[in-house]
Design a protein around this ligand. Structure first.
Ligand SMILES: Nc1ncnc2c1ncn2[C@@H]1O[C@H](COP(=O)(O)OP(=O)(O)OP(=O)(O)O)[C@@H](O)[C@H]1O
Ligand SMILES: O=C(O)c1ccc[n+]([C@@H]2O[C@H](COP(=O)([O-])O)[C@@H](O)[C@H]2O)c1
Length: 196
């Protein structure tokens, strides 16, 4: 049974090396036994009409993480109906892993900066420790967040976003090396992102 578990939540539309490097570095810095990638079901703060079907995002996350024995992907959010709240996910993770396991929820600077707008934010900090990672173009700060519940860490900075990857595919520009090779092939095979 693991004792320290990282949770990397994201829409992963598509998953890219910025996500993977952040998860890998936080696992190293905090001595995590595993990192669970959790693709969102209905990311209610995004324009849902423009979000790729969850099965495609789930499959891409599986492909991108398959080679790393420390990484796994959980369907908990894509199998849950209604808007995706991290609170529900952390409650479920807490009940699966039991009280003895430390949970670390990994975010980039932009997500951490928006956390006060999340559903029932006050309860989140009782369920997991939050780790904020630097991200180019975003200011990393824990201002306004409860003391002792959040760590800010430096990870190798990668100026990659899913938005930019989608835009590049639409324009016929390469995304090789921004995302794992298997993700380039999955996108080419399915025709994802050709139209915006
Ligand atoms: N390059 C990056 N460096 C560090 N953290 C990142 C990076 N890209 C994304 N993250 C973090 O990963 C999590 C999931 O991000 P998400 O799936 O929304 O990707 P995104 O690139 O921000 O997508 P989009 O451009 O569609 O908003 C968030 O906590 C986000 O802050
Ligand atoms: O719980 C919420 O209300 C909430 C609101 C916005 C984002 N989140 C979570 O933050 C993580 C990153 O989200 P996103 O939209 O940047 O991909 C992902 O796990 C989301 O479920 C959670």
């Amino acid at each position: 049974m693991p004792t320290k578990v990282g949770i990397m939540g994201g829409t992963f539309d598509p998953i890219h090396h910025g996500h993977l490097v952040a998860a890998s570095e936080v696992a190293h810095l905090f001595g995590l036994d595993e990192v669970v990638f959790v693709p969102t079901g209905q990311p209610w703060q995004k324009d849902l009409a423009k979000v790729t079907p969850s099965e495609d995002r789930y499959l891409m996350t599986v492909i991108a993480t398959a080679e790393n024995p420390q990484f796994r992907v959980d369907r908990v959010e894509i199998d849950r109906s209604g808007p995706t709240y991290t609170l529900d996910t952390l409650r479920e993770m807490r009940s699966v892993y039991g009280p003895g396991v430390e949970l670390y929820f990994i975010t980039g600077a932009d997500a951490l900066g928006a956390i006060l707008s999340w559903h029932n934010v006050d309860e989140l900090f009782d369920l997991a420790h939050f780790v904020g990672c630097n991200r180019p173009g975003h200011h990393l700060s824990d201002t306004g967040l409860p003391e002792g519940k959040v760590s800010l860490v430096e990870v190798p900075a990668l100026a990659i976003s899913s938005t930019e990857c989608r835009e590049r595919v639409r324009k016929g520009e390469p995304i090789w090396y921004l995302v794992p090779d298997g993700i380039v092939r999955y996108i080419n095979k399915t025709g994802l992102y050709l139209e915006s």
